[in-house]
Design a protein around this ligand. Structure first.
Ligand code: HXC
Length: 514
């Protein structure tokens, strides 16, 4: 064959593969409001930057009629490309080919690109749209998942791993996203569950739709499995790209610096926080009053809203914000908010991102529900994560810092590098009301007017302990600052911490309260 004919032959073969599961299956995909796998990949990556590999891979299954089936690319697309000019690895399951089900060769393609991402130290983006383990391939499919999970774990903390759920993600398939750093879901499109509605109906006799069981809202509001929720695939792709502007390409690097910008003038820090400690406010406005350009990229916005996490920039450099949200449950710490914060703290620590903690919370949530849900075990995660983190750690106590929460929220005792408090800070073992009721109970009960005596004792306790000066006198707080000084103090302390070295005892790894 001449070179020309060889080239024509190659083109013909490629053309065939690019048809995926064929016109009918593609029409079905489009009718469901979904983009095709290749459209997704090319929409996320820089224009014309996608290079595809393993196009010509074929499955090797020989049972249940599989020997007669040709599955183009075995239902998954893998390749490399760039985002904002920086290289990334990507895979996208193609639902039009055997429902994107995962067989041996499909899994091999995914693990090939995963190995590449880890070796080349570039982020991995995985687009999930699959009916799960390919039933006809039996244990080979299970083996495939196992190989993927192992690599997810190996790459964890080395390269960013992003999972995008753009269709069903059923059965064991859910565990790869769960092992990755960030999970993206899209309204009406994402469906994530271990056992589907059919099985639930058969085993439990309960009827439930896929949406109610594991739709986008369920995972962004109830389970906490998803970190980003979008109304459309295109909105989701913008979120992916924005996230990548805040994080480094691997754990040996810092995130790219941007030109510094002051916060927008409409966020006036002194006007955001009410002086009355019982009045709520939105802590995100405080973050916007101190972050460059008032740009705060929130993560898990709709889950455990009593704590706020996300990225912003200070002086052009990425910072991770962890902040109690007084607007929701007074910003109390509970099982879910501890999980949410702890994982984010570990992310920032793995990827060299300084952590700024803004504190205003009345401690851990009391009650049988929380105790029985394991608030001890979950609450311990936040202590572990802050103690373990060696990136620059700076805390600003705004109002309440009570009890275990005071310790947990990156206190000096968790080895915060800088501890600042506003003059409105109240640092105490517990709230003045509760404290007075316990330690002055006898006096209150014996008084002629117990209510008047209670008020007097609350005021006395407040006067003595509910301020920042007792802690400042012990050096637990480095300085008490005016709210207006917050941004400058943070900018300075981040700059001073630039070459921070904090060596810990050598060990294989710790045993966090997972
Ligand atoms: C083989 C599959 C498949 C699978 C779908 N298909 N899932 N083939 N193995 N797991 C095929 C269908 O046979 C069909 O082929 C095509 O993909 C499209 O599927 P439809 O059912 O027509 O699509 P739709 O109606 O949109 O429904 C999608 C679905 C449904 C909800 C995902 O297909 C489904 O329930 N699939 C099974 C999901 C599941 O239970 N997976 C768990 C597997 S066990 P044709 O040729 O007709 O077009 C598992 C354990 C792994 O994952 C554990 C690892 C640790």
């Amino acid at each position: 064959m001449s070179l020309k004919r060889n080239i024509l032959d190659l083109r013909k073969r490629k053309e065939k593969v690019l048809q995926g599961g064929g016109e009918k299956a593609i029409q079905k995909q489009v009718a469901m409001g979904k983009l095709t796998a290749r459209e997704r990949v090319t929409s996320i990556l820089d224009e014309d930057s996608f290079h595809e590999y393993d196009l010509f891979v074929e499955h090797e299954a020989r049972d249940f009629g599989m020997e007669k089936k040709q599955l183009h690319g075995d239902g998954v697309i893998i390749g490399t490309g760039t985002i904002y000019g920086e290289p990334v690895c990507i895979f996208a399951q193609d639902f039009t080919v055997a429902g994107g089900s995962l067989g041996l060769m499909h899994a091999r393609k995914i693990t090939k690109i995963m190995d590449h991402a880890l070796k080349m130290r570039v982020p991995l983006i995985g687009i999930n749209d699959s009916g799960g383990a390919r039933i006809q391939e039996g244990v080979n499919s299970l083996a495939g998942y196992g190989e993927i999970f192992f690599r997810n774990t190996l790459a964890s903390g080395v390269i960013p791993q992003l999972s995008v759920i753009l269709g069903p993600c059923a059965g064991g398939a859910v565990y790869s996203p769960a092992l990755t750093d960030f999970v993206f879901v899209v309204e009406n499109i994402s469906k994530m569950f271990i056992t589907g509605p059919e099985v639930i109906k058969t085993v439990l006799g309960e009827e439930i739709s896929m949406e109610e069981l594991g739709g986008a809202r369920v995972h962004s509001e109830i389970t906490g499995n998803a970190h980003f929720y979008a109304q459309s695939e295109y909105e989701c792709f913008e979120q992916i790209k924005k996230l990548l502007t805040f994080i480094p390409w691997h754990n040996g690097k810092k995130a790219k610096a941007f030109p510094p910008k002051p916060p927008k003038p409409e966020y006036k820090i002194e006007e955001i926080v009410p002086a009355d400690p019982t009045q709520p406010y939105d802590i995100r406005n405080v973050i916007k009053a101190i972050a460059d350009d008032s740009d705060f990229f929130e993560i898990m916005e709709n889950f455990a809203r009593n704590i706020v996490i996300g990225f912003g920039r200070m002086n052009g450099e990425t910072v991770g914000f962890v902040a109690n949200q007084p607007m929701v449950l007074a910003g109390v710490l509970d099982c879910d908010s501890s999980d949410k914060a702890a994982r984010f703290i570990r992310y920032c620590d793995s990827f060299n991102i300084p952590i700024v903690t803004l504190e205003d919370m009345p401690g851990y949530l009391p009650g049988v529900d929380q105790e029985h849900m394991g608030v001890i075990r979950h609450g311990a995660k936040i202590l572990y994560a802050y103690s373990e983190a060696t990136v620059p750690k700076i805390t600003v106590i705004i109002r309440k810092a009570y009890g275990g929460g005071y310790i947990a929220m990156n206190s000096r005792h968790m080895k915060a590098d800088f501890m600042f408090a506003w003059p409105t800070a109240e640092i105490a073992v517990m709230g003045p009301e509760g404290a007075a009721n316990i330690i002055f109970r006898k006096e209150i009960m014996a008084a002629e007017d117990p209510e008047a005596m209670r008020k007097e004792k609350v005021a006395e306790y407040k006067e003595k302990f509910a301020n920042p000066y007792v802690a400042a006198a012990k050096g637990y707080i480095d300085t008490v600052i005016e709210p207006e000084e917050t941004r400058n103090m943070l900018l300075h302390s981040i700059e001073v911490s630039n070459n921070k070295v904090d060596r810990r005892p050598e060990k294989k790894h710790g045993i966090p309260p997972f």
